[in-house]
Design a protein around this ligand. Structure first.
Ligand SMILES: Nc1nc2c(ncn2[C@@H]2O[C@H](COP(=O)(O)OP(=O)(O)OP(=O)(O)O)[C@@H](O)[C@H]2O)c(=O)[nH]1
Ligand SMILES: [Mg+2]
Length: 396
């Protein structure tokens, strides 16, 4: 699941790493060059002179510097240069001087390193790293306004970021991405807790376009609730499509749940109304109402849905769509929300989704939580959606 988004996030991390590595190499080369220039001068000094100078230049004992202490010796390139330049100088005097040079360069390297690592990434570096990222997000089904929000969040999180010596670059980038992605999700929503505390019966209406998995998801939710001790009634308010009632009845039989139905073509609002009356009379906890799939562009059918919601006053309207529908699903979510005011979404067929951006897009565009992901055709193939877990998974 979500392989493409995972790969694109990894690509971005690697790009930042390569930019930082290049910057570090450049800074290191400068240190080496500078040191090499000074070497002949230093080499002529005695060990005592070098020691005196070292004392004068002693750095404050910061944690950063002490971390570098382990890498005390001068870089091999410098050692070679030292040896070459003072190759003619033999004997004990020269050896003493070389020790001094190494020490002296150690201090200089520390200074440079501390300075260099504080300047982690400037705006130009970041823009270079982000140049392909927006397109990569779009290719992974992240809608344009969402991609823009993520990029702006990443920029904010990384710009001016200071890196401690020895701190891993990818760790910093992953933290920034995590923060940026989590920021585009609305507050989490605990469905089970909602059902537990809400006045009974809790009325839930499922809406969406044809074939997205509403009926299957209702059966999965019924199973989920039954497993947790809630009693459930189904309302077969898809009176539009032949076979819809039978499909729901089949699930109801398998799960041993009551289903309220009317004849084909009946008023769907009346079916939900009857189901609620039944639930009240029999002290059932939850009514799950199946509605006919309808195109968001069909004004009459959308108006009918508005009527169902007005009459039955559901506690939750859940929009169901396929993760694999990508930006189409985002647009549909927006229009269903406009008509009936959705409270949450469920994304089905996540098991078939290689891109991964739909959940982020729908949550951001509707500002409503994603409750579950459908991950297969069995009753148990319903995974609670937690933005934190999702983000960790795509960044793993
Ligand atoms: N792989 C997979 N298939 C799913 C999932 N959810 C539903 N399906 C399949 O999608 C197809 C359509 O599911 P339905 O539940 O009939 O969809 P619907 O939205 O009720 O369809 P209409 O009533 O015609 O609007 C069925 O073959 C389901 O088995 C899922 O999470 N993963
Ligand atoms: Mg259906």
């Amino acid at each position: 699941m979500f392989e493409r988004l995972k790969a694109k996030l990894k690509k971005f991390t690697e790009k930042v790493e390569s930019i930082v590595r290049k910057k570090e190499e450049q800074a290191k080369a400068e240190v080496v060059e500078e040191a090499a220039e000074e070497t002949p001068k230093i080499a002529e000094k005695t060990q005592e002179t070098v020691r005196e100078e070292e004392k004068a230049e002693e750095l404050p004992a910061t944690a950063a510097v002490s971390a570098l202490e382990e890498r005390e010796a001068a870089p091999p390139a410098v050692e070679k240069k030292v040896k070459r330049r003072r190759g003619r100088k033999e004997g004990e005097e020269a050896e003493k001087a070389e020790v001094g040079v190494k020490r002296k360069l150690g201090v200089k390297e520390k200074l440079k390193a501390v300075f260099k690592l504080e300047a982690f990434l400037d705006e130009r570096d970041l823009d270079a790293a982000l140049s392909d990222f927006e397109e990569d997000l779009l290719e992974s089904d992240v809608a344009l306004p969402v991609a823009e929000a993520i990029i702006s969040n990443v920029k904010e999180a990384l710009l001016g970021k200071r890196r401690k010596i020895g701190e891993n670059v990818s760790k910093i980038v992953l933290e920034a991405l995590k923060e940026a992605l989590l920021n585009v999700f609305p507050e989490g929503f605990d469905f089970e807790e909602f059902v537990r505390v809400r006045e009974k019966p809790v009325k839930i209406v499922f809406v969406g376009v044809n074939g997205t998995g509403k009926t299957t998801t209702i059966a999965k939710i019924a199973y989920f609730l039954k497993e947790r001790g809630f009693s459930v009634v189904l309302a077969s308010a898809d009176t539009y499509r032949t076979g819809a009632v039978e499909q729901l009845e089949k699930h109801a039989d398998a799960l041993n749940i009551k289903v309220i139905k009317h004849r084909y073509g009946a008023d769907p609002a009346a079916v939900v109304y009857d189901a609620v009356k039944y639930a009240e009379a029999h002290k059932k906890d939850v009514v799950l109402a199946d509605t006919a799939g309808r195109m968001h562009t069909n004004v009459n059918l959308m108006e009918q849905l508005r009527k169902i919601c007005r009459v039955t006053r559901p506690d939750l309207v859940i929009f169901v769509d396929e993760a694999i529908a990508g930006n189409d699903a985002v647009e549909r979510a927006r229009i269903f929300d406009e008509y009936v005011g959705i409270d949450a979404s469920i994304l089905t067929k996540a098991d078939m989704d290689v891109k991964g951006g739909s959940a982020i897009s729908i949550a951001y565009i509707t500002s409503k939580p994603i409750l579950f992901l459908g991950t297969g055709q069995k009753y148990g193939d319903l995974v609670k959606f937690d933005p934190k877990e999702f983000v960790e998974r795509i960044l793993a």
